[in-house]
Write a protein that binds this ligand. Structure first.
Ligand SMILES: [Zn+2]
Length: 289
């Protein structure tokens, strides 16, 4: 079933878990996420970036929605890192019920104005909005990109941002980066900043760039109060490592021979993340509410 992002994250906050937002840009990745969510009875967010939407086309969204509607598991269909009104409008026309508008690289007041404007357009039609404050780092190998220097979210400013924009959720920068980290790079999350933000607001918080951070750090962040965690690189990595392995056999050409095991490998990572976020098996929480 398709539920709203505020409903999805409200229950997550109440029950102290984070919902995985998995970027899917192919039918195979979509299947890995939805089928694993169903087998384990776990709520999940289907995330698609504007560049991914360009590739899979709007027609793919009809398939995603059809698949979600028929499922007993709660899902949200979310636009990841919309950067313009065009991105947001395209997603809404295609059927997304949640969008991110990322103005984090703009000066503060411009970020506020952009998110506030998008909220004023989206709320009347029942679409939720995620904003971002501070910058997520960039490892240089992800579709989402990011900033070369991480600017941590200022907790005081976070409260002001939420009040002024009316955003339904806020992506915070506490030291994560998009993509897979280079071997010599050691990510470290600033938990005191997260705790400070949690103390000041009841708005659900989002962690981007959570791929490849140490598991203990992510689990700790969930415990302090993160309700949505974006996962993109980790599942794609699992899929294509397996794919390259299988394609070492030069004779193979049938998708139904090449991809099934790639989907299985992806599902394992999806399940690990759900477990780490403490959301595994939590779909029953949504029937009680
Ligand atoms: Zn992101």
């Amino acid at each position: 079933m398709l539920i709203s992002m505020p409903q999805m994250l409200k229950i997550a906050k109440k029950e102290h878990f984070a919902v995985g937002a998995f970027n899917v840009s192919s039918n195979m990745l979509m299947r890995a996420v939805v089928e694993e969510a169903e087998v384990t009875k776990t709520p999940a967010i289907i995330a698609i970036h504007p560049d991914e939407l360009k590739f899979i086309t709007d027609e793919f969204i009809a398939y995603v929605l059809n698949r979600i509607y028929k499922s007993p598991i709660p899902f949200v269909l979310h636009l990841d890192h919309g950067s313009s009104l065009n991105d947001v409008e395209r997603a809404v026309h295609a059927g997304f019920n949640s969008v991110m508008i990322d103005g984090s690289k703009l000066p503060y007041e411009e970020n506020v104005a952009l998110v506030k404007h998008v909220v004023s357009l989206m709320h009347p039609i029942g679409v939720a909005v995620e904003g971002e404050l501070g910058t997520i780092g960039d490892t240089g190998n992800s579709i989402e990109g990011g900033a070369t220097k991480v600017i941590y979210t200022n907790p005081e400013q976070a409260v002001d941002f939420i009040e002024k924009t009316g955003a339904d959720s806020l992506a915070v920068a506490i030291g994560t980066a998009h993509g897979i980290y280079p071997k010599d790079f050691k990510p470290e999350l600033q938990m005191d900043i997260l705790q400070d933000i949690v103390n000041r607001t009841s708005t659900p918080l989002v962690l981007h760039g959570g791929s490849a951070n140490p598991d203990e750090e992510i689990a700790h962040a969930v415990k302090i109060g993160i309700q949505k965690i974006n996962i993109s690189s980790d599942i794609k990595h699992a899929f294509y490592v397996k794919c390259r392995d299988i394609l070492a056999n030069q004779e193979l050409r049938e998708p139904n021979q090449i991809y099934p095991d790639c989907i299985v490998s992806t599902k394992k990572v999806v399940k690990q993340k759900m477990q780490l976020f403490n959301s595994l098996g939590k779909s029953n929480c949504y029937y009680r509410d």
